[in-house]
Design a protein. Sequence first.
Length: 388
Amino acid sequence: MGIGHLTSHPANSHVAWRWATPQAQTILATRDLGAILRFYRTVHGLNQTQLGALLGYDKTYISALELRKRTVEDIGSRRRLCETLHLPPHILGITDAADADHHAMVQFGYSTVRLAEIARQSGHACEAVEELWPLVARLEARAEDGNAEREVLGLLARARVSLGVALGNVLPEERLSTAARWTAKSLEIAEVFAEPGFTSYVLRMHGNELRKARLHGAAVDRLSRAVALAPDHDARAAALPLLARAAGSLGNGLLFDRAISETEHLLERVEHSSPFNPFALHEIRLRGLIATGRVHLAVQRAENTPAPTTAVAPQWRVIEQVTVAHVRLHAQDHGGAAESLNAAIQEAVRQRLPHQLQRVVGTAGDNLPQLRDTAQQALDRMRQEMAA
């Protein structure tokens, strides 16, 4: 996003983007008030007279400041400049009592996001949502008030993504678009930051939520971009399994095979994580083979499940059980399918995973009506609790 796309006038601008771009960061690092004023005018399409009117100075004084012929010495005037231009106070040499609170908030915020991620991956997505929601609300309010330092926006983007992913675990299928909307809200920040690794991360998480919301074409687009932008093997390893899942859901066998093949190639070169590990990859392969019309291959591979590792999040065990049950039904192994689905129901209820219960309902169908009804009843109870 270029400078000219940010805004045309302060009254119409979105304050969150003023000082967060790479160009702005370069200017701010100089602490040169003249350069900062020129940048501000360029971004907002102002002449010196208009900027002077905004700041309470005449055009001649603005020109002198920009040419470094004059300086703003007193603290009160510098503080007023920061407030009017929404500059972080330290840029103009102001040590504000609020700065300490701000830095503490940022540190606390990142800790909250990390702990929420651990909770979600440990099967406690509801607790993650409860922790993230107040943080996101606070950060959004701060940005709307014009206090949109780059580190705040970076934290806001990560908190929104984490909130969206946590909601993607606890919401039923018909409401999963809500999770995708939260992750989408971080894309604007990522694009302004123009950091490939960060943008790849946001695209990866957003693309996976789009897939869960059954927006498969959009999911493949975002995840393909995430892989393309990935700056290293670790980032590619994080995005490729999700691209494989989305490609399988879309029925794109060629892309699915290519993504699976590259993922396998990286398994021995990158540290395992969730979903980048043999156990998760086995489930992704089975589901993709079925979705791309190769049921016989899925049946052949179904019983060769790698042992789960410590890197596998608890919900992946539920996901895998439902997928294996689907394959077993194709192989006419109703007993094995019932065993897998029964275990999946119990664990999905314990972890509060409504979307997985919906998968059980769809998988059981008319073949296993008793298990279908059991899963539906559990899902109805969960919906009632969420409505309350």
